[in-house]
Design a protein around this ligand. Structure first.
Ligand code: HEM
Length: 413
């Protein structure tokens, strides 16, 4: 959920649990083979560490809903998992709450929940639409071909986070450039580290500025509403959690969701014929694509039993979200993308106390982002054969590195 290592997935997991087969949207073959078998399976990682893999929806919910499974990467630094390493926190008062357990997690999460107000979400929706339209118009003005990732999918969440944190317009280019470099696992480590440091310094300055001149943004709210007040380290960390959790996720869902619709023309046509299906289509794409591949994991803090399987204290449990979201006990024909599917709650945003805090915002970004894209570029199609679209197999967050698309010049006039 935060900056990811490009090799973490490949290094630890068997190749057949990482590489996709002929259909890029289906879970890797190694995961699909587990279908119909026990929903909780032991697995030995490449470094010899034993972990437990959860492939069933109910079993995944049981783990994520049970706080005896810990998210704390500082208390359990030795646990082996494909997710990001333990953050370099200096004390338990810092703000990386995604890697904390209750009660520390609860206090920090609640402060942020209080900032995700209906009023603020409404204001964000109209800004998201403006941002989407601006970028689509710029794409059309520049010609009839573009890479959808840098031209559209990445700038939307990046600018939305600028709005949330109250970044000045004048600083947005610098903020966006550094965010793109710091979160892009394709860039060399030293360049990413430099951009990460600049971003840290930038957010620290932003905190100082909001302290003396508060605005109508989340960061100002966090600074002025928290009692007792948050430390600077907590404020910077919490801003970075929002950035890390809300940027690559939404960008990859937008680009991969577009790719999946273009590859399923019947579904795309159904959506174009009936835009009221958009909400449903967003939920179905979240289920079908399950972009957080094997990135959600926990550590058992005592001996536990899940689905009749003993999980010893200290064991790491990895949630195989792509497979859990195709659990045939919950969905008919789970491997079909069906934008008309009756809504059944999925696991794409997790479950339990860490369930995605930004899920309503992500839904709005996806609905507006996909809706405007399909309306304003109606002749949209891939500009390369589908098998040449580079996939992010090896990343914690699945998606595409780029998505070359083309459209007809006069279609949207
Ligand atoms: C947590 C998925 C977008 C903020 C999570 C978790 C998942 C997830 C699976 C749970 C992690 C765990 O249990 O360990 C997604 C997906 C997104 C998305 C698929 C987009 C399609 C966003 C956005 C934001 C956001 C837009 C905010 C700007 C967060 C935060 C957490 C989180 C703050 C940590 C919550 C906690 O630890 O209490 N997300 N997310 N996410 N997400 Fe999202």
């Amino acid at each position: 959920m935060t900056t990811e290592s490009p090799t973490a997935m490949r290094r630890l997991l068997p190749a057949d649990m990482v590489e996709r087969g002929a259909c890029p949207f289906d879970p890797p073959a190694g995961l699909r083979e587990l279908r119909g078998k026990s929903a909780v399976q032991p697995l030995t990682l490449a470094n010899g560490a034993p972990v437990w893999l959860v492939t069933g929806l109910e079993e995944a919910r049981a783990v994520l809903g049970d706080t005896r499974f810990s998210s704390d990467r500082v208390r359990h630094p030795d646990a082996t998992r494909p997710g990001p390493a333990a953050p370099q926190v200096e004390s338990r008062t810092d703000g990386m709450f995604v890697f904390m357990d209750p009660p520390e997690h609860t206090r920090l999460r609640r402060l942020l929940t209080g900032q995700f107000t209906v009023r603020r979400m409404r204001a964000l929706e109209s800004r998201i639409r403006e941002i989407a339209v601006e970028h689509l118009e710029a794409m059309r003005a520049a010609g009839t071909e573009a890479d959808l990732v840098p031209a559209y999918a990445l700038p939307i969440p990046s600018l939305v986070i600028c709005e949330m944190l109250g970044v000045d317009y004048a600083d947005r280019d610098q903020f966006q450039t550094n965010t793109a470099i710091a979160l892009n696992a394709d860039t060399p480590d030293d360049e990413r580290a430099r951009a990460g440091l600049e971003l840290y310094g930038f957010i620290q300055k932003l905190v100082d500025a909001k302290k003396s001149e508060p605005g109508d943004d989340m960061l100002s709210g966090l600074i002025h509403d928290a009692d007792p007040p948050l430390t600077d380290a907590q404020l910077v960390d919490m801003a970075l959690v929002l950035l890390g959790a809300g940027h690559e996720t939404t960008a990859n869902m937008l680009a991969l969701g577009t790719f999946a619709l273009l590859e399923n023309p019947g579904q795309l046509a159904a959506l174009r014929d009936d835009p009221d299906l958009l909400d449903n289509a967003v939920e179905e794409l979240l289920r079908f694509l399950s972009i957080i591949q094997m990135g959600v994991s926990r550590v058992a803090t005592e001996d536990l039993v899940i689905a009749g399987v003993d999980i010893p204290a200290g064991a790491t449990v990895i949630i195989a979200t792509p497979e859990a979201n195709r659990d045939p006990r919950h969905w008919d024909d789970p491997d079909q993308l069906d934008v008309r599917r009756r809504r059944v709650s999925h696991l794409a945003f997790g479950h339990g106390v860490h369930q995605c805090l930004g899920q309503q915002l992500a839904r709005v970004e996806l609905k507006v982002g996909l809706g405007e894209l399909l309306t304003r570029l109606p002749g949209l199609r891939l500009a390369v054969p589908a098998d040449q679209v580079p996939l992010r197999n090896e990343m914690l967050i699945f998606g595409v590195h780029s998505l070359p698309v083309t459209w007809a010049p006069d279609m949207s006039e």
